[in-house]
Design a protein. Sequence first.
Length: 193
Amino acid sequence: MTKSIKPHISDFTEILTIIKSGRSRAFQAANLALIETYWAVGGYLSHKVVESGWGKGVIRELADWLLINASDVKGYSASNLWRMMQLYDTYAGDERLAPLVRALSWSNNLLILGQCKTLEEKEYYLLSSSRANWSKRELQSQIERSSFERTMLADLKLVPPVRELHQDVAGTFKDTYLLDFSHVEKRIKNTVS
């Protein structure tokens, strides 16, 4: 039996690739639908808080009501409803960042919302996580290692003409050992001083 399978291994591998690609697209579509739902719920709640004065009590009542009337619907606790509103309020006015929120998982969005202080820091992690397709664990690791701060500091260390003439070089020198090795650090200190 193994003799007849061997010639078809490359075909089988290609079929497996097609299956995995389809599963990945299905996951991305489901994630997009979930985030858009959370976004819409957050927007609705945000408007109700402003227009009708909804507060913690009403949100808690909503969460309890959903639990009783839609027991198959998960993820709508009072705290999660507040997070949905926070997500909406944070990015609704930003045409650049709002689409990036939809590209990330809910877990990654929560990490960024909860651990990043400034809008610039949030933008950095939204873009980086989206481009590199970071898992929750990798994003957490990047935040804990202060990737944003190190990148911003590295950009400041570049010689002004390099920052002005070669915009694509910004963020390249993230390791000060490289600067020490190339003696660039002394030139940067002299130029910045």
